[in-house]
Design a protein around this ligand. Structure first.
Ligand SMILES: [Zn+2]
Length: 433
């Protein structure tokens, strides 16, 4: 019933008639003045244990000196690297595996030069996972975390995709790191991601989580061997809306594989036929660009794949009539396919005579005008006498044509309809009694 959280206050004494947002700001002061409470800020981020007793992790650059206490490793000695070891198994004593490596642990105090020991705990995975995406835009930079110029150009992340299991803590820590880096001037934004998208989980049959112990794990290696990685990739997208969990079904990948073979065959059968594009082919080409582009932009990836399947079937039908499909339509198909089936798309592109990679082709644009179905004029008769002429799409189904016809003559209709006849693209006749 309410579209926003602001309203006008009633039954609130002196506040009656004011906007609720006013009291929201005032209430803490009122409470403090009366001495019945105080304002505070609640943080969801709790104290955070930042050490682990295991080998894999960034070593904490602190030296313990018997005289000076905890001394940071000087900046010019950073990064502190893990020692190369034969075994990095847990020690069993509760101590970090690094504690057993004397030549690494024993060192000199950077401050007074006395014998000292390195910190042997390592950082948790969060230490790196909270900011790694910043590094992607400037991964060869050995002077800074990220250059300000590149960060300004490419960050923050437009769309962050991850499982829901990462949504809470990972997101919280990433935001914390980003806000810190913003405060010290490394980046000029204080939120790391514009948009967060949590994908669903692929489960085994009956929605049961895949696990080795249940024996319902699907091996990607086997599927790549049997179908190729393009089929696997496309099926993963096709299996359901990306935000929902989906049940794996081996037969599904068969369907996608058959689709890719049909595309392949269509291109192979047409590529040397030198077909001139007909209006129908051009229309189908633009409809395909439109469907793939708009569905991709709305992140409806499974329906992108179904659009490919539908339009490819239509193109196969047209090819039967016309002896093939024109090169531009087929090339467009290859470009559109390239994010989903990159290997097949690249091969098709080359087979179609292009010399540069399909990934340099640029995304095609649709022309709404070219997508439109042709309109045809159809007379609507009642008992053989023309009462109206309607315009309908040349591709209209019988039901669509009759519905349009009925509407056009509704006010002229007397008696009961006993029969409706549609001669496709020619005439509609309503028989009454
Ligand atoms: Zn010291």
């Amino acid at each position: 019933a309410y579209t926003d959280a602001v309203g006008t206050m009633i039954n609130s004494g002196e506040w009656n008639g004011q906007e609720s947002s006013v009291l929201k700001k005032e209430a803490p002061h009122m409470i403090e003045e009366r001495g019945i409470g105080r304002a505070t800020v609640n943080f969801k981020l709790r104290d955070w244990v930042f050490s682990r007793q295991r080998y894999w992790g960034e070593p904490i650059p602190i030296v313990h000196c018997p005289k000076c206490g905890n001394v940071p490793v000087p900046e010019e000695e950073l990064p502190l690297r893990l020692p190369e070891v034969e075994s990095y198994e847990p020690t069993g004593t509760g101590e970090s595996p690094l504690a057993a490596i004397d030549e690494w642990v024993n060192c000199k105090c950077p401050q007074c030069g006395a014998d000292a020991k390195r910190e042997t705990n390592t950082m948790p995975q969060w230490a790196g996972s909270s900011w790694y995406f910043l590094r992607y835009v400037d991964n060869h930079n050995d002077k800074e975390l990220v250059s300000r110029e590149k960060a300004d150009e490419m960050l923050p992340v437009d769309m962050y995709i991850g499982g829901v299991e990462h949504a809470v803590l990972h997101l919280l820590y990433s935001r914390f790191y980003t806000k810190f880096l913003y405060d010290i001037g490394v980046v000029d934004f204080d939120e790391p991601f514009h948009k967060l998208f949590n994908q669903g989980m692929i489960t085994g049959k009956n929605g049961i989580k895949m696990s080795k112990s249940k024996g319902n794990v699907v091996s990607p290696d086997d599927l790549v061997r049997d179908y190729g990685c393009d089929s696997l990739r496309m099926y993963e997208l096709f299996v359901g809306p990306p935000e929902l969990d989906a049940e794996w079904d081996d037969r599904g990948i068969d369907g996608v594989n058959r689709f890719l073979k049909r595309v392949w065959n269509l291109v192979m059968d047409s590529k040397d036929a030198d077909i001139t594009a007909t209006k129908e082919m051009i229309k189908e080409r633009h409809k395909l660009i439109y469907d793939v582009t708009t569905r991709l932009e709305s992140f409806s990836l499974n329906t992108v794949i179904s659009a490919f399947m539908e339009h490819n079937n239509k193109l196969i039908e047209i090819a039967k009539k016309e002896g093939g499909i024109d090169k531009e339509t087929l090339s467009t198909m290859a470009v559109l396919l390239s994010p989903f089936a990159p290997h097949v798309a690249e091969e098709l592109w080359e087979e179609l005579g292009h010399t540069e990679s399909v990934f340099k082709a640029g995304w095609p644009k649709y022309d709404e005008h070219a997508m439109k179905d042709d309109e045809i004029k159809v007379p609507v008769q009642i008992n053989g006498k023309t009462k109206a002429v309607i315009e309908i799409s040349a591709d209209a189904s019988k039901e669509e044509a009759l519905a349009a016809g009925r509407e056009a003559i509704a006010d002229k209709l007397t008696g009961n309809v006993i029969k409706e006849i549609y001669v496709p693209k020619k005439i509609i006749n309503i028989v009454t009694k």
